[in-house]
Write a protein that binds this ligand. Sequence first.
Ligand code: GDG
Length: 459
Amino acid sequence: MGRLVVASNRTAAPGEDRAGGLAVALWDALTERGGLWFGWSGEIAERETRGVRLVAEGNVEFALADLTEAEQQGYYLGYANRALWPVFHYRIDLARFDDSDWDCYAGVNRRFGRLLHQLLRRDDIVWVHDYHFLLLGQELRNNGWQEPVGFFLHIPFPPSEIFSALPQHQRIARALAEFDLLGFQTMRDVGNFRRYMAEHHGAEELPDGRLKAFGRTIRVEAFPIGIDADEFRRFAQGQDASAAAERVGRIIGDRALVIGADRMDYSKGLPQRLRAFGRLLDENEDLRGRVNLIQIAPPSRETVGAYRDLREELDRLAGQVNGDYSDLDWTPIRYLARGYPREVLAGLYRLARVGLVTPLHDGMNLVAKEFVAAQHPDDPGVLILSEFAGAAERMGAALLVNPHDVAGVADAIRRSLEMSREERIERWRALDEEVGTNDVAAWRRAFIAELEAIAGGGA
Ligand code: GDG
C-alpha cells in the first residue's frame, strides 16, 4: 500500500493548532498508513524560497512551503478569499475579480505543484483539499504525474449561473477535470457541478455515474464531512465544559440560553441572526428578561474589507438590540468577538436550550453537528438549522429555517423554547444517530476507499 499524500493550504504540522476534527481526521489517516502532508508553512518569506521545509513526526512527514508577501496578497487574500470564497458562497456582489490576483493564484498552484511533484513516489495516492488548490491536480499532471489524484471541496459549489460569473471559470473547470475523484459536501453541490459541466463543457454522464469531460473520466460524488462525535461528547461532559457552563449559569440564572458560535464570516448569516433575536424580543413581551443569546464570533480574515464591514455591522446590531431591551439585571445579547477553547464551546452547547446555526450558505457546518453531540440525551436542546447549510441535507430532524426570513427564525426560536421534552428527545435522537454514524472517520475512509479503488483500476 502506497503512502497517502494530503495537500491543503494549512497543515497540522508540529506547532500548528491541531484542535478540530478535520486536522485530527487527516492526521489519523496519515498515521494509519504513513504519509506526507504538504501545504503552506504559514510563514511569509522575504523572497520566493525554492524548496520546502521537511519535518517528520512518526511515520508522517510534513513538507511546508513559504509564501512571499505578494503571494499571500494575491493568492490567499486575493483570489482565494476575495474571488473564490464569495462566488462559491453565492455572493458575486462581494467578489473582486482582479487579473493579477488570478495570475498569482495560478502561479502559487504551479509552484506548489512542482514542489509537491518532486516529493511523490510512484504508488502514492494524493488527496488535495479545498478552494486554494483548484489547479493543483493539473499542475501535477503538467509535471508528469499519472497516478490518481482526488480533490475535496469543503465549501459549496454554486449553481452554474453563479460559478460561470468567475472570469476564469473555464480554466478552473479544465483543471478540475484532471482530478480522478471530485468530492463535494452534498448532493446539491454535486448536482450544481454536473449541470455546470454539462452546460458549459458538454460533459456526458456515463451509466455508472462518472462524468466524461475534456477527454477525461471523473468520479463526482458527495462525501458529507462529519465530526469526531465521541470526542465532542467527552468534551461536553468534561471538567472544562462544566466550569464554563457554571460560569455562564451564574450570570444567566434560570433564563433560557440560545447559543451561536461561528467564525466571523459573511456566509454565516450573523446580522440576520441578531435581527431575528431582536424580532423575537419585539414580538414576545413575555420573553423579555427570560432569554439570552450568546454569540461567539472569532474574527477571521480581518484585512479583507468585507470582513471589516461585517464586524462594524455586528457591533452596531448587538448594541442596538441591547440598547433597546437591556434592563438593570439583564442584557439580552452577549456578543463575544473572540474565540474560546472547544471544551468551553461544548459546555455552552450543553447548557443551551437552543443552538442557532443559520448560515446563508455553508459547505457543511460542523457547529451544527457539535451542538448535537454535546447535548444531554435526557434533556437535549433544539437545533435550529439553515436550509442552506450542507448539514441540512441529512439533518432534517432539526428545525429547518430560511436564514433570510427574520420573522421565521424568530418564530423557530419561540417554538424551540416551548417545545416539549418528548419532541426535543425525538428530534435529537434522529440527529445524534446521523452525527454519530456519519462521523469524520467515516468521511475520510469513504473518500480514501474510493480513491484506492481508482488506483487499483477498480473504478
Ligand atoms: C469550512 C466550511 C465545512 C468556532 N468558533 C470557535 C471554534 N469554532 C470551530 C467550530 C467548528 C469550526 O470552528 C468551524 O467549522 P464550520 O464547519 O462551522 O465552518 P468553516 O470554518 O467555515 O469550515 C464548512 C468545514 O470547512 C469542514 O469541511 O463544514 O462549511 O466553510 O469546529 O467548533 N473553535 C474554537 N474556538 C472558537 O471560538 N476553538
